[in-house]
Design a binder for this molecule. Structure first.
Ligand code: SAM
Length: 269
């Protein structure tokens, strides 16, 4: 675990409340989290015992999705919004393993992401981390560090993986998606994964997320699919994460955890 005695406040890091990035780090079995984050996850485990597996399904589809985008779809630029703390198989590692010329901008509003991301990226001039708030898409699109790596005249993968559910309805998640997709040309792709209202347990989890973390909207499959309106949704569509182009066939009924998040990828025509 991180050293809990450091002066985190001076880095803008509040260790008295759970943070989205750090609680996600807990379920990915990372080390960049505090007692308050672990206590939150212990509460979620009471309603979703598989929550650690859910995080793994999300990282696995992130890997499969980026492999598809950099490979078959030929995308060379990735704007990874709400990117999280560095973990295994980060977007730039997966994309640059396919083609080293791939450029990746990570955007997150939690200062702990910048603190840890800088160290990881010190020697990679095709990847950067920007601290910014997704709820201000115009500022991100105008950011000089973003524009230094991303050419908005060429196709871009707009990645909103595990993040739109942290936006409240009145924060306009659809407007945010539209603003990013309007800024990129034909051939760009939208990649979304999202908490889904798919079981009674997901309803209980939503209540706990909202009460303890302040965010966490579990939207219906129809609401999640609506983010892709106007784009060509790639097969198999918006589906529970383990069913999106799995490396190995998935058989049998899916568990509550396997259905807890849905995701998909679409191409801008
Ligand atoms: N995309 C990664 C993945 O799926 O593995 C990380 C997902 S993590 C659950 C969500 C991330 O979004 C966190 O790191 C959090 O700090 C960040 N985040 C939350 N609200 C944000 C906002 N308004 N602007 C930018 N980042 C935000």
């Amino acid at each position: 675990m991180v050293n809990e005695q450091r002066d985190w406040a001076s880095l803008g890091i509040d260790i008295t409340k759970p943070s989205i990035a750090r609680t996600y780090d807990v379920v990915l079995r990372g080390k960049d989290n505090f007692e308050v984050d672990r206590a939150f996850v212990n509460e979620i485990v009471k309603v979703i015992p598989e929550i650690y597996d859910v995080a793994t399904y999300n990282r696995e589809i992130l890997g499969r999705g980026v492999r598809y985008l950099a490979g078959e779809a030929g995308i060379r630029q990735f704007l990874d919004l709400g990117s999280g703390l560095p973990t295994v198989q980060n977007t730039h590692q997966v994309a640059q393993a396919t083609d080293p010329s791939c450029r990746v901008v990570y955007v997150d509003n939690d200062p702990i992401v910048l603190a840890h991301g800088r160290a990881l990226l010190a020697e990679n001039d095709r990847t950067t981390v920007v601290t910014a708030d997704l709820r201000e898409p115009e500022a991100i699109l105008a950011d000089p560090d973003v524009r230094a790596l991303i050419d908005f005249d060429q196709p871009v993968a707009i990645m909103l993986v595990g993040i739109l559910h942290h936006l409240h309805d009145d924060e306009g998640p659809q407007r945010i998606v539209d603003t990013f997709m309007d800024a990129v040309p034909s051939g760009s792709h939208l990649f979304v994964t999202h908490f889904c209202a798919s079981s009674p347990e997901s309803r209980d989890a939503e209540k706990k997320y909202l009460a303890m973390l302040g965010t966490g909207r579990f939207r219906t499959p129809e609401e999640i699919t609506a983010y892709f309106d106007g784009f060509d949704l790639l097969p198999p569509g918006v589906v529970p994460l383990p069913l999106w182009r799995p490396d190995e066939p998935v058989t049998g009924d899916l568990s509550v955890g396997q259905r807890l998040m849905y995701g998909g990828i679409a191409r801008k025509p």
